[in-house]
Ligand binder design. Structure first.
Ligand code: MG
Length: 375
């Protein structure tokens, strides 16, 4: 199977920096969309792609086997880099990576960059967006149309760099001659519908021209974000017409929806997911126990300082920080990591328990500690 590819990235019309990055070599292709202040976003997206270079030097079969591992390795690199440099704290990135081997595209994905399969004039989104709105669509709380226009549509639930480990979605797609795979950042999908993307991507022009046209079109529509496109053509040539019969195509209309619907969806969002912030949050499944309004509280997110502002309050307890055993207080200020909500509640129960015990000065502590005297 012969592969041809072209890739292009553009800063867009509204941003000062381009925090997107791409990779296209051998049988390996990827798009990353970095987030973080100053130069952090640019660094995150580039660092995340580093493990792919080694993969592209190997056989396509090896690359396919290693693609998800390379995404996880990229996550660790971004996480460690951020942990070792205060100016990079809180940086993260999306990463959508594909290795093509033996007629199959092996997709590994985290975030809201996308991989599409274009077959004939049909288009299918291969990856799921790891965003709050995509989850709400899945739960039936928003329609796809509402999600497309939602002001918080780029709030991420999952990204590289937020934690030691990351859950990577893996998908395999059986390819046919004439298929095209398109990887892109949300700077494209924010302004073009799937159908419009398919119309461009299926054109019988050279791949470089198509990539440039997609970017020009996104810029003509305001270019609100960085735009990155990687287009891979399988076995060369334009996709054969009428080959899309076997593809499911999600009907998506692009029309404005009434203001009341906007208000409604915002309300649902507020009720469904708690407090929101006007920035792109890196919120994984991780939780922590910390302090809110002087009381012990459970947060969704990470306890690191820079991310704390982005974490969402999950549960507020009635336990005042003043009543908490002194040795817990600094730990709570830093945030105590929990695996999930049940774990977080267990930690709160332990804090409560420890805080009700008599202090060592009042009576002997049931727990020996190195600070205790001999009596
Ligand atoms: Mg973006």
């Amino acid at each position: 199977m012969t592969l041809q590819a072209a890739a292009r990235t553009d800063v867009g019309r509204a941003r000062e920096r381009n925090e997107d990055a791409f990779f296209a070599r051998g049988a390996v292709y990827a798009v990353a969309d970095g987030l973080g202040g100053h130069k952090a976003g640019e660094i995150a997206s580039r660092v995340a792609l580093e493990p792919l270079a080694g993969l592209a030097d190997r056989s396509p079969a090896d690359a396919a086997r290693g693609i998800a591992g390379a995404v996880r390795a990229g996550n660790r690199l971004v996480f460690e880099r951020a942990a070792g440099d205060p100016s990079l704290r809180g940086m993260g990135t999306t990463l959508t990576a594909v290795a093509i081997s033996n007629g199959t595209a092996h997709v590994a994905h985290v975030g809201d960059s996308r991989c599409y399969l274009v077959r004939g004039r049909s288009i299918v989104q291969v990856t799921d967006d790891h965003t709050v709105v995509a989850r709400m669509v899945k739960e039936g709380k928003l329609t796809p149309e509402q999600a497309d226009h939602h002001p918080q549509r780029s709030l991420l639930l999952r990204a590289l760099g937020a934690d030691h480990d990351v859950e990577v979605d893996q998908t395999e797609v059986a390819l046919q001659a004439g298929d095209r795979l398109l990887l892109c950042s949300d700077g494209l999908t924010a302004v073009l519908s799937d159908e419009e993307i398919a119309d461009f991507a299926a054109a019988a022009d050279d791949l470089e021209t198509i990539c440039q046209r997609l970017i020009d079109e996104a810029n003509d529509r305001g270019g609100p974000d960085n735009i990155t496109v990687v287009l891979v053509s399988v076995a060369g040539g334009a996709p054969a017409a009428g080959r899309g019969a076997g593809l499911r195509r999600r009907p998506r209309r692009r029309r404005r929806f009434p203001r009341r619907a906007v208000a409604w969806s915002l309300l649902v969002l507020a009720l469904g997911t708690g407090a929101f912030f006007g920035v792109r949050a890196v919120l994984g499944r991780s939780m922590f126990v910390g302090v809110h309004d002087g009381r012990v509280a459970i947060f969704r997110g990470l306890p690191s300082d820079s991310l704390r502002g982005l974490a969402t309050l999950e549960e507020q307890t009635d336990l005042s920080i003043e009543d908490v055993a002194p040795f817990w207080r600094p730990r709570l200020e830093d945030g105590v990591r929990a695996d999930d909500l049940a774990d977080a509640r267990a930690i709160v129960a332990r804090i409560r328990d420890d805080s009700q015990r008599p202090t060592p000065t009042a009576s002997p502590s049931p727990r020996p500690s190195p600070r205790e005297g001999d009596g």
